[in-house]
Design a protein. Sequence first.
Length: 126
Amino acid sequence: MKAIATTSAPAAIGPYSQAIRVGNLIFCSGQLPIDPATGAFPEGGVEAQTRQSLANIKAILSAAGTDMAHVVKTTVFLSSMDDFAAMNGVYAEAFSSPFPARSAVAVKTLPKNALVEIECIAEVVG
């Protein structure tokens, strides 16, 4: 097991790693939409927050030696299922066919009252 860390994504705010590599798999912790440069959520609602969460994942995967094309599974946590369509539109821009398997669930509250949090599992090839 190897921890993956990068300053291009928000630091872990608890006793967990940004990601863990086991064999050729990367298990990326849930990424809140925190801009690592400012420590704040972006303005613009769930679309902007989804873009930032995905940018954080992309940075972590890059540090792990892989990319979004090798994501095999995601889990999207939403503070409201009313935001599903808006999130889904941005999410669709980040991935291409074959799309990763995905779960999307609404939860009562996300850390720091975020609108979205996204985690993933990706493969490292080569």
